[in-house]
Ligand binder design. Structure first.
Ligand code: MCF
Ligand code: ZN
Length: 327
């Protein structure tokens, strides 16, 4: 499983930080983060809302472009070791410069340079998606969209929204999404992880994304599932994350196969791998064990992912060659 070349579309940059990496930075900076780790060294959280606050606490020790450059290299080395050849990562100017465009440019330059080095050293290609954070509210999302619009290009290709889906409505964020769309950014929205099928429908109508982060609760409204299939809306499924956070009680209850059976284009990602004790290899192993997925299924999933990727066509062609005749 580790050897299969993989495409990952849904990864949160800080959420991919190994706990030892965050502990090391905390020590260097004299910050006490002991409360967010278990005795075995892993991240400690009780539920989804607590996960969000532990994520923010871990992120608080990443305070400079240089910290993000180190993080980028560590994350990409680990992804490449799991066979990932192309990845898109969520970046938040809230955490990288506090929403200030000039500061954000410095963070972005450091991340991009580290990604280019990692591409040379580990053979993995990265692109960035700026992400506003839903529970920070619609006003906070505006400068984030402006940061994205100012830095749109061949590397920073998308705009999205993550965070607490139970807070606010998608329609509150139309200004930010219109701004990003007008700048030429491709769009994805986290929805249908906690907020039900209606939350997916609301996000599609208000924000017009081409991909949905998670989207798994669409399964509870088959008319919506058929619309997703017809409109070619791609779901960034993260089954290990859903099981770890308790969206589903176990792998066999996860709807990824049912969504696929009804014609929805699904993809597979890790979301925040060390938080959820997962890797792309582990995701594939669990999919094989639970749903009997084999080479052809993984080829289809990776073809869906590279087709839905936000990079340019020349990059897609390069990655398709790495995926080989499996697609
Ligand atoms: O997908 C998971 C769970 N659902 C919603 N949001 C997040 C997930 N992992 C991280 N996030 C959010 C979180 O609010 O994304 C932000 C975090 O602060 C970072 S985006 C670079
Ligand atoms: Zn996510």
């Amino acid at each position: 499983m580790r050897e299969i070349p993989k495409v990952e579309l849904h990864l949160h940059h800080e959420g991919a930080a190994p706990p030892a990496f965050i502990r090391g930075l905390a020590k260097e900076k004299g910050v006490d983060l002991s409360g967010i780790f278990r005795e075995d060294g892993s991240y400690a959280f009780r539920d989804f809302v607590h996960f969000l606050s532990v994520y923010e606490a871990a992120t608080s020790v990443l305070t400079s472009p240089e910290d993000y450059a180190r993080l980028t290299r560590a994350v990409l080395e680990e992804s490449a070791a799991n066979g990932v050849v192309y990845s898109e990562t969520f970046l938040s100017p809230d955490f990288c410069g506090g929403g200030d465009v000039d500061a954000w440019r410095d963070y972005l330059a450091a991340i991009r340079e580290a990604a280019e080095e990692a591409e040379r050293d580990f053979g993995i290609t990265l692109r960035g998606i700026v992400t506003c954070i839903r529970h920070f509210g619609p006003e906070a999302a505006k400068p984030i969209a402006l940061c994205a619009a100012e830095t749109v290009g061949d590397w920073l290709t998308g705009f999205g929204m993550a965070g607490d889906e139970m807070k606010g409505k998608p329609a509150d964020f139309t200004w930010a999404f219109d701004c990003a769309r007008e700048a030429g950014l491709r769009l994805t929205v986290h929805a249908g992880e906690w907020g039900g099928a209606k939350s997916v429908r609301d996000a599609l109508v208000a924000l017009r994304p081409e991909r949905i982060g998670h989207g798994v609760q669409s399964i509870d409204d088959l008319a919506l599932v058929d619309d997703l299939a017809e409109q070619g809306i791609v779901l960034e499924c993260c089954p290990g994350s859903n099981v770890a956070l308790g969206v589903y009680p176990g792998w066999s209850a996860h709807p990824i196969q049912r969504l696929r059976d009804r014609g929805v284009k699904v993809t597979v990602s890790t979301d925040d791998p060390p938080f959820f004790h997962t890797t792309m290899t582990a995701e594939y192993e669990n999919l094989a064990a639970t749903f009997g997925w084999g080479e052809e299924d993984f080829a289809e999933i990776n073809a869906n992912a590279i087709d839905a990727a936000f990079c340019d066509e020349a990059t897609k062609d390069k990655i398709r060659k790495k995926l080989g005749d499996r697609t």
